[in-house]
Design a protein around this ligand. Structure first.
Ligand code: B12
Length: 506
């Protein structure tokens, strides 16, 4: 048996709205030239098992590397990895990504995943393959979690983040041989051919509701503006691209890097989008915001989370973000002409059900105030779904309230837990169905009153009609049973919010 590596990106989207699979592409870059690898992208395959089985039947593959985030990706990651163990028991199964790193216990308990890469795999993965090839000592490999012969869980040291400019270039030409890069450049509200690019790892903050925190522990490292520009330019020149989605958890940490990148990308006439913090970007000068706007920056995804300063404090949002600042920033961005895309997290635990419901009512009022200040603000609503931020006040509160994650890997496939992952129905003991309904019904009415600008297929007539039809309900907070709006959104607009599968393409 030779030592080839099969890298798998389980299906994450139900449509053709997929993007360059940066997680496994960056892992491939880390072993490129040392180990032979192939990529199977579940987003591009009707039945990825056929391709995976065909590869493994050659007997040339010794390693199966799978990326997994929570949610629909698990529908393929779990059964396929289990099937490989049954059909090809000599193959070593290695998982990485947010779900594997945060839920490593249940993943390794499954018995069909041998190693978990804890956080970045750029150094850990090649080091693990070398150790497996040469019978090396796993305990000295950083960012690794596994069970030793005695089935004892071993969690090795988590290394600091490396200089991101030192990482190997992504092997786009090789990916193109498996799946044409052009097929990943989807039309979105940003452009005809949208490039998905990831320019930094981690985030300097420790919000206790965010899955990034247990992995990166407030560390952030980014590629330089020049490196980012050079790589984007390479994709544009070789495969196309008139728009960029930066998938970083926090692209805008550094004003200097952001402005430098803006100046470099401006002549390329590309539109772009990224994620950042309100309190960080609000420190930028007006001059910087003007340069970013003129460089093609259309929209910034910002974790607003809550308009309640006490709640922001209790979930360690940190920094200086306040409800007043969230509103002031919406106004400021309105003047600059960059659209803020505010995500709110509703349904945090409280001392009693009355308080939890009052908080939800107050957040709805706050969101309406933001919309009154700047109607162009995009609103995304998540229901708080716990992540394992052990040691945080929030995590203590939820465990005391009786919340627990599934103990068996396959239990994550149950529809209720998939909805949990999608942050749409979080199974949290303090949330009642009435609370979930209130949030969902408000969401329906609000998205009817202000249909998202990110769904390019909604016509101006549809926007006007549904905006008018929802006016009374929105104005007088009459959110009960909004079936007429739901029907119009589903059957006439085929409405799609970006938070489930990314920006709508068509
Ligand atoms: C692109 C993306 C998507 C795409 C799908 C991409 C795909 N795989 O096809 C879309 C838009 C569809 C999507 C949807 C969702 N996503 Co998403 N997504 C991302 C995003 C923005 C970028 C992922 C990426 O490419 N990163 C770049 C690579 C280089 O980084 P990486 O993934 O960390 O990979 C490194 C390591 O993790 C490790 N590694 C990772 N995989 C592997 C595999 C192997 C074998 C090895 C060795 C190493 C390894 O090595 C890599 C290099 O260092 C991340 C946030 C982020 N910035 O990472 C959120 C993120 C992963 N998504 C998240 C969530 C929650 C979702 C949704 C569930 C949201 C929702 N409510 O619906 C949905 C549903 C998911 C689904 N449908 O399956 C959360 C996960 C949180 C959690 N609880 O774990 C994240 C972290 C966003 C956040 N900040 O909360 N998502």
């Amino acid at each position: 048996m030779s030592n080839k590596v099969l890298l798998f990106n389980p299906r994450a989207v139900s449509s053709k709205n997929f993007r360059i699979p940066n997680s496994i592409l960056q892992v491939a870059a880390a072993i490129d030239g040392k180990y032979e690898w192939v990529i199977v992208d579940g987003n591009q395959e009707k039945d990825p098992w056929q391709k995976i089985e065909a590869h493994l039947q050659t007997g040339e593959f010794k390693y199966f590397g799978c990326t997994a985030m929570p949610g629909p990706q698990l529908r393929q990651a779990i059964p396929i990895t289990k099937r490989i163990r049954q059909a090809f028991p000599a193959v070593i199964n290695i998982w990485g990504g947010y779900f594997a790193s945060n839920q490593y216990q249940v993943v390794l308990e499954s018995g069909y995943v041998d190693f978990v890469i804890n956080g970045p795999g750029d150094q850990a993965f090649p080091a693990l393959l070398d150790a497996l090839e040469q019978g090396g000592d796993y305990t000295i490999i950083n960012n690794l979690i596994y069970k030793n012969e005695a089935r004892k869980l071993i969690k090795t040291y988590k290394a600091t983040l490396v200089n991101q400019d030192s990482l190997a270039d992504l092997p786009y030409a090789k990916l193109n041989a498996f799946y044409p890069i052009k097929s990943y450049l989807r039309p979105t509200h940003l452009g005809r051919e949208t490039i998905a690019y990831h320019s930094s790892l981690g985030c300097p903050f420790t919000c206790s509701f965010c899955a990034v925190v247990p992995i990166y522990e407030a560390r952030w490292k980014a590629k330089s503006a020049q490196k980012v520009y050079t790589e984007i330019k390479f994709i544009k020149n070789n495969y196309g691209g008139d728009a960029i989605e930066f998938h970083d958890n926090n692209f805008f940490v550094s004003e200097k890097r952001t402005v430098e990148f803006s100046k470099l990308i401006a002549p390329e006439n590309m539109s772009w989008w990224g994620e950042g913090r309100i309190d960080t970007i609000d420190k930028y000068t007006d001059e910087s915001l003007k340069i970013m706007k003129e460089s093609g920056l259309k929209m910034i995804f910002c974790g607003a989370e809550s308009g309640n300063d006490e709640i922001l404090k209790s979930v360690d949002k940190g920094g200086k973000q306040t409800g007043d600042q969230i509103k002031a920033f919406a106004e400021r961005m309105g003047k600059v002409g960059i659209i803020p895309e505010y995500s709110f997290v509703l349904g945090f635990p409280g001392p009693d059900k009355k308080t939890v419901m009052r908080h939800i009512t107050e957040e709805i009022r706050f969101i309406k105030e933001v919309k009154a200040i700047n109607p162009a603000v995009e609103i995304i609503i998540y229901l708080y779904s716990p992540v394992p931020t052990e040691g945080s006040e929030l995590y203590q509160q939820i465990t005391e309230a009786g919340f627990a994650f599934p103990e068996k890997l396959e239990d994550w496939l149950s529809p209720s837990w998939e909805n949990f992952d999608l942050r749409k129905n979080p199974l949290t003991p303090w949330l009642t169905p009435a609370m979930v309904d209130k949030v969902k019904n408000f969401e329906t009415v609000m998205h009817a009153r202000f249909p998202t600008a990110t769904d390019p297929k909604i016509t101006p007539l549809q926007r006007i009609v549904i905006n008018k039809l929802s006016a009374f309900r929105y104005r007088f907070n009459f959110f009960h049973y909004p079936y007429e709006l739901k029907a119009l959104q589903k059957f006439w607009l085929r409405y799609r919010q970006p938070e489930i599968e990314g920006f709508a393409s068509e």
